[in-house]
Design a binder for this molecule. Structure first.
Ligand code: NDP
Length: 444
């Protein structure tokens, strides 16, 4: 049995009930075959793959808090510190009822390679809780965040592990967590990113993942003799990534005609109104059913459906495994040119293969959504030098990083004879840097 197959088998056996983690490991290791096979003997001897699929540390803890009725609630918190070979652990905190150890591990594993691809000195980690901020009062959210941070604060720090936002963790949650960390540890330091602008946050961090997604998609199109001008785009999601992806797509001359949340989706033939979307989601924290009140020409549909809409480019920006084989078939039948992942692992393995076989340019999330963590790293730099850069300065750096990520993955794919396969390119480029750093640091 090949070394790659052996390690995949071991991961499945040793981590039962973690299907998302198995999926992420398979996707990465399968595409690393050419590199592993070229170094099989030394990699096997040094257990390189066993070390890369095992987190350096995983922390699981109780999070008790009191709800508005005086009832004590108990959630579970997680922080997986996956790999610190190239810098302090860095990765978001997800607050969603679906969170479990396997989901946090899949996200942390992906984060190692994504962070490496940015070219910045950040290791991979991820955390979160099965707490659902939806429908909770501000006081309840604060009570949860304070309890969560009371435990988490023992394991993080500006030079060790710097968490950020993710699904369910926005500016409000980061603010409450930062306040509690400062109170407990007595230091004002850049321990979290995605902070408010009045206390160390970076301009353009809010926009970064969505904007970065469009910068890399623009570069992809440019390198294939096309542009975003006049293109029709479908987007899923209606959160942070989706909102700013839509905004930047419009600025670059494309038209985004859909968005979605966990209950339904919107089709707006005139292009999604970003101001309306922000008011519904960021201010009112309401459902997309409200969108029709702002745009009478639009349609609202219950359930899932954005991938059935004819488009040139598809940008999945909601959650994992939201674009399956049937969706990929519908997109191809409608003539899609490119799919770029704003979310983490939104496309199933079968769907990814189908898109690639049918000549669709496919940019995986670890490259396409790296703008968020890259700008978080820029926030860390600003915090360390106690300075704030202008919006344009951060945005220009973000654009440079995303263009660099595209060429980095494109060249890695070419080097190993997989031209145009950006999944292989991203995994190889991310992996090579991390393994070189791990080897240099001995068996740790
Ligand atoms: P938000 O919480 O702001 O938005 C998530 C959106 O996806 C919401 O519209 C939500 O709908 C929808 N959604 C969530 N879960 C499901 C589900 N199970 N089925 C259908 N729709 C769902 O999160 P973000 O925009 O920050 O994150 C979106 C994705 O991007 C995630 O995969 C995240 O890991 C990834 N990402 C985020 C980065 C960031 O900087 N924020 C950086 C890199 C990646 P509803 O409102 O109904 O919950």
């Amino acid at each position: 049995m090949s070394y790659v197959d052996e390690v995949i088998d071991r991961v499945v056996k040793e981590n039962p009930s973690e299907p998302e983690f198995h999926q992420a490991v398979k996707e990465v290791l399968e595409s690393l075959r050419p590199v592993v096979e070229a170094n099989e003997e030394s990699f096997r001897k040094d257990a390189v793959l066993e070390r890369i699929v095992n987190p350096e540390r995983q922390i699981k803890f109780r999070v008790p808090w009191v709800d508005d009725k005086g009832q004590v609630q108990v959630n579970t918190g997680y922080r997986v510190q996956f790999n610190s070979a190239i810098g302090p652990y860095k990765g978001g905190l997800r607050l969603h009822p679906s969170v479990n150890l396997g989901i946090i591990k899949f996200l942390g594993f992906e984060q190692i390679f994504k962070n490496s691809l940015t070219g910045l000195p950040i290791g991979g980690g991820k955390g979160g809780s099965d707490f659902d901020p939806k429908g909770k009062s501000d006081r309840e959210v604060m009570a949860f965040c304070q309890s969560f941070m009371t435990e988490l604060s023992k394991y993080i720090g500006a030079d060790t592990d710097v968490p950020a936002g993710d699904i369910g963790t926005g500016a409000r949650e980061i603010g409450y967590m930062f306040g509690q960390y400062k109170r407990l540890r007595g230091v004002f330091e850049g321990v979290l990113t995605g902070k408010g602008l009045t206390y160390g946050g970076s301009l353009a961090r809010t926009e970064a993942t969505g904007y970065g997604l469009l910068y890399i998609t623009e570069e992809l199109m440019k390198c294939h003799g096309q542009s975003l001008e006049g293109k029709t785009i479908v987007v899923s999601g209606a959160g942070n990534v989706a909102t700013y992806a839509i905004q930047k797509a419009h600025q670059l001359g494309a038209k985004v005609v859909t968005c979605s949340d966990s209950t339904g989706w919107v089709y707006d033939p005139d292009g999604i109104d970003v101001a309306a979307l922000k008011e519904i989601k960021e201010v009112k924290r309401a459902r997309l059913t409200e969108y029709k009140n702002y745009r009478p020409n639009s349609e609202y549909h219950e359930g899932k459906g954005v991938w059935t809409v004819k488009c040139d480019i598809a940008l999945p920006c909601a959650t994992q495994n939201e674009l399956d084989l049937d969706d990929a078939k519908a997109l191809v039948a409608n003539g899609v040119i490119a799919v770029a992942e704003g979310a983490n692992m939104p496309t199933t393995l079968e769907a990814t293969e189908y898109l690639q076989k049918n000549g669709v340019f496919f940019l995986p999330g670890k490259a396409a959504n790296a703008g968020g963590v890259a700008t978080s790293a820029l926030e860390m730099s600003q915090n360390s030098e106690r300075l704030s850069w202008s919006f344009d300065e951060v945005d220009a750096k973000l654009k440079g990083i995303m263009v660099g990520v595209y060429h980095n993955i494109d060249e890695a794919a070419k080097k190993y004879g997989f031209e145009g396969n950006y999944v292989v390119g991203a995994n190889i480029a991310g992996f090579e840097k991390v393994v070189t750093a791990m080897n240099a640091q001995g068996i740790v």
